[in-house]
Write a protein that binds this ligand. Structure first.
Ligand SMILES: Cc1cc2nc3c(=O)[nH]c(=O)nc-3n(C[C@H](O)[C@H](O)[C@H](O)COP(=O)(O)OP(=O)(O)OC[C@H]3O[C@@H](n4cnc5c(N)ncnc54)[C@H](O)[C@@H]3O)c2cc1C
Length: 420
């Protein structure tokens, strides 16, 4: 069988990958989108984090473009109200997320991908990336086995920098990653009938017996009544696992389900909770942090917190610093009034690479900056920016760092993005 040739191969169809692939294909690139799951959306669909944020700050919209278009189409389909971008906010994330129906989001994304001519390969993963004279050979694994593809540009949107690592470029991994969370939905109980103090007493005893752990409910060493009042959601913390590769991913999935089961067993024994029911909200454990690339440029905490306007900024980002440290607790810092951080082109380019780009939560950044810029709206914006660079690299036969910034920005604006 002859090897298929592509202008751009996007690996991962999460918030970043969707926007990358759509940007490439809408500008005429022959685009392949490879996704290990059977559904696009990444954490939106697979991890139950169906409330992308943050598109706005200080009373104006900061992120638009393809990501916002998909979110808006989903809101319009369900008749949900559009967010009010004129709300000034307080530098935190409060009230700024946009709840969407994940299933319809994925259906809309499928439709847009097909309309744009993207070749979607679900249930497929890359096994190897080898450089060629003018691009990459990818060894892909589908359900029927291995096959090869060639692509001029590869865009890593895996959330774990899997493609960048396979291509042999160094990445950063923290000694201990932030905990993951397995989203669930809890019902069939009356919150008003619960005795919080009695629950706390029983919880302390169950922790002492090793039946349940504080992390199973979230941060606090106390019984987290918020877990019940919030109907579960993503309160739990699955600690101490780096889920960047299949072994880590397997470990975190198993640990997540065991954690939920411990909670279920504990709650069922408590008065008022005998009939409590747990429902699946996501097939996978949500992963906050694994790897970031080492880019031509790196966004630091100082850059992010001061709202540094990088000379080669391609998009804005907005979120408070939000590092979930399993040992130290939550490092949460509101951004000072008026601060709107930016993401530079160099953070999307693995240092010294050619024909290789990265987008989403893996962009080159230190841990604290990453704890903010990992959110979905920023991932969408970096995804679109990587797609725009792929288009221009192909058109001008050059590397991403050689592109005229004005050309990248003009292309992004043509597709509705807000360029800082
Ligand atoms: C518990 C939790 C709560 C969060 N809360 C919020 C929130 O409230 N608002 C917000 O905006 N963000 C939130 N986030 C952060 C946000 O969801 C992620 O950082 C964001 O989804 C990252 O987008 P991405 O496109 O980089 O990666 P992902 O969303 O992880 O998507 C990556 C995609 O690539 C696929 N993939 C991975 N590896 C491969 C491979 N080797 N081959 C093929 N495909 C692959 C995956 O299946 C997935 O579809 C939260 C995250 C977690 C875990």
């Amino acid at each position: 069988m002859s090897i298929q040739k592509w202008d751009a191969a996007v690996i991962g169809a999460g918030p970043a990958g969707l926007c990358s692939a759509l940007q490439c294909a809408r500008e005429g690139l022959k685009t392949l989108l490879v996704e290990k799951n059977g559904i696009s959306g990444g954490a939106i669909t697979a991890a139950g984090i169906n409330y992308p944020g943050i598109f706005q700050a200080w009373g104006r919209q900061l992120i638009a473009g393809i990501g916002w278009e998909l979110v808006k189409k989903t809101l319009l389909e369900t008749g949900a109200p559009l967010p009010d971008f004129s709300v000034p906010g307080d530098g935190s994330n409060r009230g700024m997320h946009v709840p969407i129906n994940p299933l319809l989001f994925a259906a809309i994304a499928d439709e847009e991908l097909l309309k744009a001519g993207v070749s979607i390969q679900y249930h497929t993963m890359p096994g190897a990336l080898k450089p060629t004279r003018d691009g990459w050979t990818l060894t892909l694994c589908g359900k029927d086995g291995l096959f090869e593809a060639e692509s001029a540009v590869v865009i890593d949107c895996t959330g774990d920098a899997n493609a960048v690592k396979m291509a042999g470029f160094p990445c950063n991994e923290p000694l201990e990653c932030q905990p993951g969370s397995l989203s669930i939905y809890v019902d069939n109980f009356d919150p008003a009938a619960l005795d919080t103090e009695a629950l706390q007493r029983e919880f302390d005893k169950a922790v002492a017996r090793g039946e349940v752990s504080a992390e199973d409910f979230g941060w606090s060493k106390k019984f987290n009544i918020g877990f019940l009042l919030g109907r579960g959601k993503n309160s739990n913390h699955i600690c101490g696992i780096n889920a960047a590769d299949s072994a880590g991913r397997t470990a975190i999935e198993i640990a997540g389900r065991q954690s939920v089961r411990r909670v279920y067993r504990f709650l069922k024994r408590q008065p008022g909770l005998e009939k409590v029911q747990f429902h699946i909200r996501s097939a996978e454990c949500g992963v906050r942090e694994t790897r970031t690339i080492r880019g031509e440029e790196t966004v630091t905490l100082e850059d992010y917190f001061s709202g540094r306007k990088f000379a080669d900024a391609l998009c804005c980002s907005f979120y408070p610093i939000d590092l979930h440290d399993a040992r130290l607790g939550l490092d949460f810092r509101r951004l000072p009034e008026g601060v709107t951080p930016t993401i530079p082109r160099g953070a999307l380019v693995p240092k010294g690479s050619k024909g290789l780009l990265a987008a989403g939560r893996i962009v080159s950044s230190d841990r604290l900056a990453n704890s903010a810029l990992r959110v979905q709206a920023t991932c969408m914006a970096t995804g679109q920016a990587a797609g725009a660079m792929a288009v221009l690299c192909r058109r001008n036969s050059c590397g991403a760092m050689d592109l005229e910034l004005s050309e990248i920005r003009a292309l992004l604006e043509k597709h509705g993005a807000i360029v800082p």
